[in-house]
Every structure is written in structure tokens, then in C-alpha cells.
Design a binder for this molecule. Structure first.
Ligand code: ADP
Length: 407
């Protein structure tokens, strides 16, 4: 840079009071400076430059002098023309602007810190409310449920874990209500079904006891007493069996049995009943030998329930077909009748205890209303499942799947 240009820079810098801009010649005489600098300061600058490791390389440092309230930056560069040092350019720049910016930044950082703290406080309160509110609601509702009031309504619109929890509590309350209602229904059915035969037994026994009756009448009435006693006995037996099955107290006597012969044997037990109504019973199978691990006594009971129902709900001259299929990992038993069928709205309930499609013919023509509940339990205890397909006036098909294990 030419010496005139440097002098021009010095003139420009004179406007900045905080800065000192000096050009020394190589003997450290001041050639130009931004303002008149006291000799004492010039000596300090000269001393600082001379203390540098090399005068040829220049130097820049923060200098903290007592006279300065804030640190200054001192810097010098040798002025070299044609490879010869002709002087030195020296700058004394205070860091006031930096300091001011630093202070400003500190204030901004503090304000932002306080703001962030406040915001996070508000957010923490908001979210903890958002979390605790449904929990408090859930606690109150579970207390209500514990007191036996199951008609609780939980509002949960979200899709998070809390909404899940609320929905689970709601469905638990619904299930408990369902259990309570069915238990009450169950008890009222039990007492009703036991009361009916008991009324007959009591009435006819009283008649026999008090009256001098003819022999025919005695026979008629005592046979009613006998039938009702049998019905009551079978109802109590069914109830007992179902309770034991539901509680898992029936021990299974699993044996390897050839199913086709076994099912043919079961149908023989209802043949007389079917013959009375001229209902044909037909058994077919995909294989001759279908070995399955079953509890023969239990499965016979399940199949007899289905067959007795089929005969009961099929018009004289009808037909019941049993088909056994062996597939890769399961055995399917289909029991199909061409009877009255089951209306769609009743189909989901036929497995319920005491459920009868036609309530009016309950006790006279029907069974205990426990048959299919027992059947389902037995099939499920075998690890299988049972389904139903039915069309009113066309017929009903029960489909049992038994899953093949090691046999
Ligand atoms: P129930 O002792 O009354 O037969 P179940 O539990 O065995 O009780 O059957 C429940 C109800 O399902 C029956 O009352 C009957 O209305 C209906 N049902 C069962 N099997 C058949 C069928 N094969 N055809 C038509 N309805 C049937």
C-alpha cells in the first residue's frame, strides 16, 4: 500500500475517536496519526511493538491497561517496500462496540431465558393438567364402578395411552354390567325353571294326598309328577355341568378315538327319537379313518345336544346330515338339518344360558335352554370352536372345528 493511501486511511479514521491509527517510520517517529497522541502513549506503543518476537511479522493482542476501562486491541504491521521495512502501521482499537454487543447479547439471552422459563412453566402446568385431569376423572369413575354403579360414561376423544385407558375402563364397566345383568337373568331363569316343575309336583302330590281319586287319574297325575321330577333333575344336572365347565372343574379324559365310528355310535342313540318323527339321519366322511384326541363322554354330550335340537326343530319327514372332514390341521364336523332355522337376531344369543328362540314353548317342548351353552363350553375345552349357519324355513348347520395336534 502506498504511503499516501495510508495517510488517507489515517485521515478517514480520525472520525473514530476510540481508535488510534499511527504510521511510524522505521525509526519509530510518527509520520501520521489520527489525532495528537501524548508522547507517553507513543512510547508505550513503541515499547509494545519492540517487545514483539519479530518486527517483520506484525502482531495483534488484547491489551488491558488501567487507563482503559475496557480492553483494547493493539495491532501493528510492518510497511515493506521493495523488500525493505520503511515503517510500521499501528492501530489501537477499543473493544467498546464488541462490549456493547456482548452486553446486549447478554440482556437478550437473559430475557429469552426468563421467557423460556415462563413458557416452559406454563406448558408444564398445561400438560400436567392435561395428563392429570383424565387420571383424576378415571380415579373417580373407578370408585363409582367399585360402588356398583356401572352406568358410567367416559369421554375420551384422543388416540393416546390415556384415551386407551379410558376406553378400557369404559369397556370394563360395560362388561361388569353385562356380567351383573346376566347373573341376575341367570338367577331369575333358574328360579323360574325350578319353580315350574315344582309347582306341578306340589299340586299333583297334594291332589293325590287329599282326594280319593280313581286309578286312571292317579296314574295320569303321578306320571306328570314323574316327568316333572325328571325334567327338574335334568335341569339341575345341566346347570351343575355348565357351572363345572365354566369354572374349568371338569377334568378331561382325552383319548384317541376314530371319529367316524364314534359319531355313527352317537347318532344311534337318537335314532329312536328321529324315527318317531320320520327324520333321516345320515353320516358321511372324507376319510374312513379319522383319529382325533377327544374326551368321548364330553363330545358325545355336545353332539347329542345338537342332534336333539335338530330333531326337535325339524318337521316330520326332515333330514339331518352329519359330515366329517379331515383337513391338514383340523377336523370339521358339520351337522345340518332342514328344519325351521334360527332368525338372524337370535343367532348370536343361542349360546347364552337359558336362551330360547321361542320363549313360549320353553318348558313344554324345549330342553333346559342350557344345551348349546354346554356344547360350546365342551368344544372350547377341546381347543376347538363352533359356529352356526342358519336360514329360517331352510335349516341350520352347526360347524365344529377340532384342531389336530400330535395324533
Ligand atoms: P334348548 O334346551 O331350549 O334346546 P339350547 O341351548 O339347546 O336350548 O338351544 C337354544 C335355542 O336355540 C333353542 O331354544 C332353539 O330355539 C334354538 N335352536 C337350537 N338348535 C336349533 C336348530 N337345529 N334349529 C332351530 N333352532 C334351534
Amino acid at each position: 500500500m502506498a504511503a499516501e493511501s495510508l495517510e488517507h486511511v489515517v485521515i478517514m479514521e480520525q472520525r473514530e475517536k476510540e481508535n488510534s491509527f499511527i504510521i511510524f517510520d522505521k525509526e519509530f517517529n510518527v509520520k501520521a496519526s489520527t489525532d495528537t497522541i501524548p508522547e507517553e502513549w507513543l512510547d508505550r506503543y513503541r515499547g509494545w511493538i519492540n517487545n514483539s518476537t519479530s518486527l517483520l511479522e506484525g502482531r495483534t493482542d488484547f491489551v488491558d491497561t488501567i487507563a482503559h476501562h475496557i480492553a483494547h486491541v493493539w495491532s501493528f504491521e510492518p510497511l515493506i517496500v521493495d523488500g525493505q521495512v520503511i515503517g510500521y502501521l499501528f492501530i489501537d482499537q477499543d473493544t467498546g462496540n464488541f462490549e456493547e454487543t456482548r452486553q446486549n447479547l447478554l440482556v437478550i439471552t437473559m430475557i429469552m431465558g426468563i421467557f423460556t422459563l415462563m413458557l416452559s412453566g406454563i406448558l408444564a402446568i398445561f400438560f400436567s393438567r392435561k395428563i392429570t385431569f383424565p387420571l383424576v376423572q378415571a380415579r373417580n369413575l373407578t370408585r363409582t364402578i367399585a360402588k356398583g354403579n356401572f352406568d358410567v360414561q367416559l369421554s375420551s376423544k384422543g388416540k393416546d395411552e390415556l384415551a386407551d385407558l379410558m376406553n378400557n375402563i369404559s369397556s370394563m364397566a360395560r362388561q361388569l354390567k353385562g356380567y351383573r345383568d346376566t347373573r341376575q337373568q341367570f338367577l331369575s331363569n333358574v328360579s323360574h325353571d325350578l319353580r315350574t316343575p315344582l309347582t306341578y309336583i306340589k299340586a299333583y302330590a297334594a291332589l293325590l294326598k287329599d282326594q280319593k281319586v280313581e286309578t286312571d287319574l292317579v296314574q295320569e297325575q303321578s306320571s306328570i309328577i314323574y316327568q316333572e321330577a325328571i325334567r327338574m333333575e335334568s335341569l339341575v344336572k345341566d346347570l351343575f355341568q355348565l357351572m363345572k365347565l365354566e369354572e374349568g372343574k371338569v377334568s378331561m379324559n382325552i383319548q384317541k378315538v376314530e371319529l367316524v365310528d364314534f359319531i355313527k355310535g352317537v347318532t344311534k342313540k337318537v335314532k329312536l327319537l328321529a324315527d318317531e318323527k320320520k327324520i333321516g339321519l345320515h353320516v358321511s366322511s372324507s376319510h374312513v379313518d379319522i383319529i382325533s384326541s377327544i374326551d368321548p363322554e364330553q363330545l358325545e354330550r355336545a353332539l347329542l345336544n345338537i342332534l336333539n335340537n335338530g330333531i326337535r326343530h325339524t318337521a316330520p319327514g326332515g333330514r339331518i346330515e352329519l359330515d366329517i372332514k379331515k383337513l391338514k390341521n383340523k377336523i370339521t364336523i358339520r351337522i345340518k338339518d332342514n328344519g325351521e332355522g334360527i332368525p338372524a337376531e337370535s343367532r348370536p344369543h343361542i349360546w347364552d344360558r337359558f336362551y330360547r328362540v321361542d320363549k313360549s314353548r320353553s318348558t313344554k317342548q324345549g330342553g333346559s335352554g342350557l344345551g348349546l351353552a354346554i356344547t360350546k363350553q365342551i368344544i372350547e375345552r377341546h381347543g376347538g370352536d363352533i359356529q352356526i349357519e342358519s336360514t329360517v324355513h331352510v335349516g341350520t348347520t352347526f360347524i365344529i372345528h377340532l384342531y389336530r395336534g400330535s395324533e
